[in-house]
Design a protein around this ligand. Structure first.
Ligand code: GLC
Length: 575
C-alpha cells in the first residue's frame, strides 16, 4: 500500500461527507484534474481513473473540497476529449463507468466532491447523431440537430458565413454526398471533428437534460459547462456586424441562452445537496457575464479576467474591484482562477516581459525568467486564495510546474497548434503528465519503463510531489499551508473584502486588503522589499508568506498573510 492509500484509509474513517452544507460551493477550493496527465495506473502512458483513486489521499492532504474532471468520456481525442462520443460512459483508456462511480464515492468519503465537465455546444463527429446526419439526405430530420446549410454562390461552394473559429480559421466544412458530389456545409466553432449542435432542436435540449440527471444520479456535485456562452446561434446566419447590440451576436452570449440555464438550474435544484452549475464563460462585458449568475441560472462561472491581467498591484486591484462589483448585484460569489488546461502556466507567464495572457499572442521562444515567474506565481497563489469566493487550482500549479515549451513538434496533439499553421505552440505545454516521485521520467506518473503520452522534462526531478512534500519551503507546502489556513480562518472564503490602501502609505506596488476583523493580505508586486514593520509593530503576526521574510521586510514579488490581533481597534479599512 503506498502512503497515499494509507493516508486515505486513515482519514476515511473520520471523514464526514460535507453534504450538510448547502453553501459549500461559495467558498470551495476546487482542484482541476486533467485525467490524461494526472496519474497512470495501468502503464499505457496515459492517466486514468485508477490513478486518480490511488492519489485521493494526496488531494485530501493538499486540502481541496472538490475535484473538477476534464471530460472523461469516450472520445477520439481530436480536442483532448472535448469531442465526446458518448456522454454516459468513460473513455476506455481512463477506465469504466464503474470506476467513475467508485471514484465519486471514495472521494466523497474523504469529503471531496466531484464536478464533471459537460460539453453541450458540440459533439464528436464520430457521435452516432452526427454519423446518422451525415448518412441522411439534406433537409432530413437527422440533420436538424446540427447546423447543416447549403453553401452560397451558384454551386454552393462558398462558405455560408465568415464566422471565425475560437481555434482560428473557418467554422464550416463541406460534406460529400453519397454519390461523391459536394454537399451541404456544417458548422463547427472549433475543429471540423466537433460539429456544433442546434440548440433550437428539442432533442438536443432533452438529451442534455438527461445527461445532467444521469450524472447527478451518480452523485456528482456539479457540472462545469464547456463553452457555455456559445450554444445558441442566430438561425438567420448573419455575419458578425457592428449593428448587433448586446445579446445579438450571431454566435456568442445570445439572450436566449439564459432559458437553457434556467432549465438546467431547475434540474440541479431538484436534487438533494447543492448540485452546482459552473460556466465556462469568456464574455468581455463583465455585467453580461454576471447575468448568467442570477439566482435561477448558474451558481458560478470562471472569472478569466484576473488571469489575463498583467502582473502588478494596479491591474490586479482593478480586476478584483470590477469582478466583485459585477458579482455583488446578483449575489453570486466570484471564482479565482490562475490557470487551467488551456492557458500558459503561471510560473512561465509571470516570468515574462509581457505577463498578460491572450490565446492569439502565444508564440514559441518567448524568454522567461523562471525564478521571477516562480516567485510571482507563489505570490499570486496566496493572493487569490485570500480573495472572497471559490478557488480553482489546476493540477501541477501546486507543484510550481512551468509550461513545457520544448515539446517535440511531432508529439504535439493540440488542434490550436495545427490550426494556427504551427505559429501557436498550443496548449499541450500545460498538459504534461505530473511528476510524483523518483529521479527520472516517468517520475512515478506511470509504472517504471512506461512512456508518457507527452514527455516530462528531466529537470522535474526537483519538482516531484515526493521532493516537495517534506520540504516546508516548497510550493506544495505553501499551497497546503494556505489551504489549511483558509479552512481554519472564518474570514476567508466567501464574504466581504475591505481594501486597505493606506496599510503601507507610499508603497505604490503594494496591494493590501483585509478580511474580517483580524486578517490581512499584503502583496508586494514591486521589485524592492517593503517593510511590514508598521503592521507587525502594531501587533500584526505573519501567518504565511510566499517568500521568506528578511526581518520585517517583505521581498519583492511576494505576498504575506497577517493576523492583526490588536490592530483592529486602531485602523480602519479604506473602502
Ligand atoms: C473549452 C475547453 C477547451 C476546449 C474548448 C472546445 O474552452 O476548455 O479545452 O478545447 O472548450 O470544447
Amino acid at each position: 500500500m503506498d502512503s497515499d492509500v494509507l493516508t486515505r484509509t486513515a482519514r476515511a474513517a473520520t471523514a464526514q461527507p460535507p453534504t450538510h452544507d448547502p453553501l459549500w460551493w461559495r467558498s470551495a477550493v476546487i482542484y482541476q484534474v486533467y485525467v490524461r496527465s494526472f496519474a497512470d495506473a495501468d502503464g499505457d502512458g496515459t492517466g486514468d481513473l485508477a490513478g486518480v483513486r490511488a492519489h485521493l489521499g494526496y488531494l485530501k492532504d493538499l486540502g481541496v473540497d472538490a475535484i473538477w474532471f476534464n471530460p472523461w468520456y469516450p472520445s477520439p481525442m481530436a480536442d483532448g476529449g472535448y469531442d465526446v462520443v458518448d456522454y454516459r460512459d468513460i473513455h476506455p483508456q481512463f477506465g469504466t463507468l464503474a470506476d467513475a462511480e467508485a471514484l465519486i464515492r471514495e472521494a466523497l468519503a474523504l469529503g471531496i466532491r466531484t464536478i464533471i465537465d459537460v460539453v453541450p455546444n458540440h459533439i464528436s463527429d464520430q457521435h452516432p447523431w452526427f454519423q446518422e446526419a451525415l448518412a441522411a439526405e439534406p433537409g432530413s430530420p437527422a440533420r436538424e440537430r446540427f447546423w447543416f446549410h447549403p453553401g452560397k454562390g451558384e454551386n454552393g461552394d462558398e462558405i455560408p458565413t465568415h464566422w471565425v473559429s475560437s481555434f482560428q480559421g473557418e467554422t464550416w466544412t463541406r460534406t460529400t454526398n453519397p454519390d461523391g458530389t459536394p454537399g451541404e456545409w456544417y458548422l463547427h466553432m472549433f475543429t471540423p471533428e466537433q460539429p456544433d449542435l442546434n440548440w433550437n432542436h428539442p432533442d438536443v435540449r432533452r438529451e442534455h437534460e438527461e445527461i445532467l440527471r444521469f450524472w447527478f444520479d451518480r452523485g456528482v456535485a456539479g457540472v462545469r459547462i464547456d463553452s457555455a456562452a456559445l450554444l445558441i446561434k442566430d438561425a438567420d446566419l448573419p455575419e458578425v456586424g457592428e449593428k448587433q447590440g448586446p445579446g445579438q451576436h450571431p454566435t456568442e452570449d445570445r439572450d436566449e441562452l439564459h432559458d437553457v440555464y434556467r432549465s438546467w438550474r431547475a434540474i440541479a435544484d431538484s436534487y438533494a445537496g447543492t448540485r452546482v452549475l459552473v460556466g465556462e464563460i469568456w464574455v468581455p462585458d463583465i455585467d453580461r457575464f454576471a447575468a448568467y449568475l442570477r439566482d435561477d441560472e448558474m451558481h458560478t462561472a470562471f472569472n478569466f479576467d484576473f488571469l489575463a491581467r498583467p502582473w502588478g498591484a494596479a491591474s490586479f486591484r482593478e480586476s478584483i474591484r470590477q469582478t466583485l462589483a459585477a458579482h455583488a448585484p446578483v449575489g453570486a460569489p466570484s471564482t479565482w482562477v490562475l490557470s487551467n488546461h488551456d492557458v500558459t502556466r503561471p510560473v512561465t507567464r509571470y516570468g515574462r516581459a509581457d505577463t498578460t495572457f491572450a490565446f492569439l499572442k502565444k508564440r514559441f521562444g518567448v524568454p522567461t525568467d523562471p525564478e521571477l515567474g516562480r516567485n510571482r506565481a507563489r505570490a499570486a497563489a496566496l493572493l487569490v486564495a485570500a480573495l472572497p469566493g471559490s478557488l480553482y487550482i489546476y493540477q501541477g500549479d501546486e507543484l510550481g510546474l512551468p509550461e513545457v515549451e520544448d515539446l517535440p513538434r511531432d508529439l504535439i496533439e493540440d488542434p490550436m497548434h495545427y490550426r494556427s499553421g504551427g505559429v501557436d505552440p498550443g496548449r499541450d505545454g500545460c498538459r504534461v503528465p505530473l511528476p510524483w516521485a523518483g529521479d527520472e521520467p516517468p517520475f512515478a506518473f506511470s509504472p517504471d519503463g512506461s512512456r508518457t503520452w507527452l514527455p516530462q522534462p528531466p529537470q522535474w526531478r526537483a519538482l516531484t510531489v515526493e521532493a516537495q512534500r517534506s520540504d516546508p519551503h516548497s510550493t506544495f507546502s505553501l499551497y497546503r499551508d494556505a489551504l489549511a489556513l483558509r479552512r481554519d480562518l472564518p474570514a476567508l472564503g466567501d464574504g466581504d473584502l475591505d481594501w486597505w490602501d493606506d496599510a503601507l502609505p507610499g508603497a505604490d506596488d503594494v496591494l493590501a486588503f483585509r478580511r474580517g476583523d483580524d486578517f490581512a493580505c499584503i502583496v508586494n508586486t514591486g521589485e524592492d522589499p517593503v517593510s511590514l514593520g508598521p503592521l507587525i509593530g502594531a501587533g500584526g503576526q505573519i501567518l504565511l508568506a510566499s517568500s521568506p521574510l528578511e526581518g520585517a521586510s517583505l521581498p519583492g514579488d511576494s505576498t504575506a498573510w497577517l493576523r492583526l490581533t490588536s490592530l483592529t481597534t486602531t485602523t480602519h479599512p479604506a473602502g
